[in-house]
Design a protein around this ligand. Structure first.
Ligand SMILES: [Zn+2]
Ligand SMILES: [Zn+2]
Length: 255
């Protein structure tokens, strides 16, 4: 009886704790208003959507190579003019500049694991895809080896599953990232040809059959952020070598 009572009390306390966590007020990270469901209130989500709608319609204000919003430059941004990192990518569409509270938004999603943001991000990715890259399959950029083991989830994979599940977008998982350990096993020539190239096409056995028989004409890489563009460029080069003719990318943010 005593044990049963103690167990019941513990269960009730646990449930109460979980319940109060659910009910604990959350505040919008942008405007500070109470927001019960996401770290962004409905008003701020609408603002993000409106910003995106505007930038989807105004193509000419973006850098032709990296997709960053141009301020005073014409066609190509200063960074892209100074470096030639991007050669195989045919276009990038970053949703938002990585500034102010948007840094916290990405932190909450990636590091703190606020999964409720995934369907919200998926709706934003979908709105860009349907206007800029309709019908073109998404190729998620894979995470570092061991990342899933440590953190239990791969956000980009989760995001691509959300856009496939909610909006029916075609997704092709054809890339994988190799660890530096695996890189050491390559012979010298292979290593030289792959200096700094941490991504590879999956082994034949793991490649989707559709990709093996006929690689798609075009593909859209999906990643969380573009900084130098080097990662997307490596992935684009791999896809082009495999027979894909045009490679684009959608990222949530740009640095
Ligand atoms: Zn807000
Ligand atoms: Zn640029």
């Amino acid at each position: 009886m005593g044990i049963l009572y103690k167990t019941l009390t513990a269960v009730r306390a646990g449930a109460g704790c979980a319940f109060s966590l659910l009910l604990a007020p959350q505040y919008c990270i942008s405007c500070g208003k109470e927001s019960p469901y996401l770290p962004l209130c409905a008003g701020c989500r609408e603002e993000l959507k409106a910003f995106l709608k505007e930038s989807i319609e105004a193509k000419e204000t973006r850098c032709k190579r990296c997709g960053r919003i141009l301020i005073s430059e014409k066609e190509i941004c200063i960074e892209c003019r100074e470096t030639d990192t991007i050669a195989h990518l045919d276009g990038v569409f970053p949703l938002y500049p990585y500034i102010l509270w948007k840094k916290k938004l990405l932190f909450l999603w990636k590091i703190r694991g606020v999964r409720s943001l995934s369907p919200f991000f998926a709706s934003l990715v979908y709105s860009v895809w349907k206007t800029h890259y309709p019908g073109i399959p998404l190729v998620p950029v894979p995470p570092r080896p061991g990342k899933i083991f440590r953190e239990g989830r791969d956000q980009i994979d989760e995001l691509s599953r959300c856009v496939r599940g909610l909006y029916g977008l075609p997704v092709l998982k054809v890339l994988k990232r190799i660890s530096s350990q695996q890189q050491k096993k390559l012979n010298r020539a292979e290593r030289l040809s792959r200096t700094e190239k941490r991504y590879v096409l999956k082994n034949d056995r793991f490649l989707p059959q559709a990709f093996k028989t006929a690689p798609p004409e075009a593909a859209v890489l999906l990643d969380d952020i573009i900084t130098t563009g080097a990662t997307l460029e490596i992935c684009a080069e791999l896809l082009k070598k495999a027979g894909v003719k045009r490679v684009y990318a959608i990222t949530l943010f740009s640095c």
